[in-house]
Every structure is written in C-alpha cells, then in structure tokens.
Design a protein. Sequence first.
Length: 197
Amino acid sequence: MNKIALEIKGLMFSNSQTGAYVLILSDRNSRRSLPIVIGGTEAQAIAAGIENIKGNRPLTHDLFNKFAYTFQIQLKEVIISRFHEGVFYATLVCEHLGELTMLDARPSDAIALAVRSGCSISAYESVMEEAGVIMDEKDLMDDDDDIFEDLENASDDPDQDDLAKLESMLRKAIEMEDYEKAAILRDEIQRIKGEQE
C-alpha cells in the first residue's frame, strides 16, 4: 500500500469535546492533513515528548522508549493504518535483531512514542483519501506554546452532551459553508456513535 509521509503540524484545543485536543498530522508534500481527536492525557504525553520534558520519574511512554532501547528494539515507523467508523488505528513497525514486527496501537500512543524515538510517521493513502482534509495555516493555532502550558490543567472528563453539541456544530459549519470543519465534526460524530453501538 502507498504511504504518505506525515509531520506533526499542531496540537489544538477541540471545539467539539470538552477536555479534548486535535492532533494535526500534515502531508509533507501537500495541504492535506489528518485531524485526530485525542484526550487531554494523551495530548499531554505528546506535548511532553515534543518539548523533551523529563519528570523525576519516567512516564509510560518514556519507560517504553527506554525499555526498547535497552533490549535493542528499534521503533522504525509509526503508520496511521486504518480509519473505520470515525476511529483511527495505528501500527508500530519495530525491529529487533533484523526482524520486523508490527504492533497495533492507538494513534495517540504511537505518536507519543514517535516523538521520543525520532522515527518517521506516515499514513496509508487510503486513510488520507477517506479522512484527510485540506487545511490552511490560518486553521492552525498561531502559538503552539499556549497549548503546552494549558495541557497540565487538562480535564479528562467527557461532556455527556458531546453528541448533541457536535451535531449542532456540524449543522452550523454546513450553514457557514465551512466544509473542512464539517468533515472533522462528521468524523467525530461517527466515532462516538460507533462507540455507543
């Protein structure tokens, strides 16, 4: 399958979910991006990796990274491998003694590991076709530092009225002809409905 090289373009507050964030992974060769909604704790782990923040004791992703290094396991690549019913799936490509192994992972965990190991991030073309959106620079936050400061106070408690709020926001986005935002909202609604089934 064809893969598209991605880079982390931004980490923004989610307008659709209280305490959630949107991780923006951008195609290096076009304006297409994958907006992935993640929780506050997951965003905090990614931000800590990007900023190279070390605590007194290792966090889970730091521990995994140290474990892999100690036992000569190299994280070669993170692939956003699937998009189904509004949910993204990722694969870790690991190498140990010349043998490759693929492991399933949540995208947020996979990206948190990628920023610590420095491995490449990509997505299958099929995922980009289904879930990719065109984003302009103005769609991204001007100052990423604000989000890193605010992550420490992030809440993990989901709002019970998320679905109703999302559907209302989707209707407004369509009325305003903001189709990029509408696509992001549509995907999140599908994800929530999939979890409720």
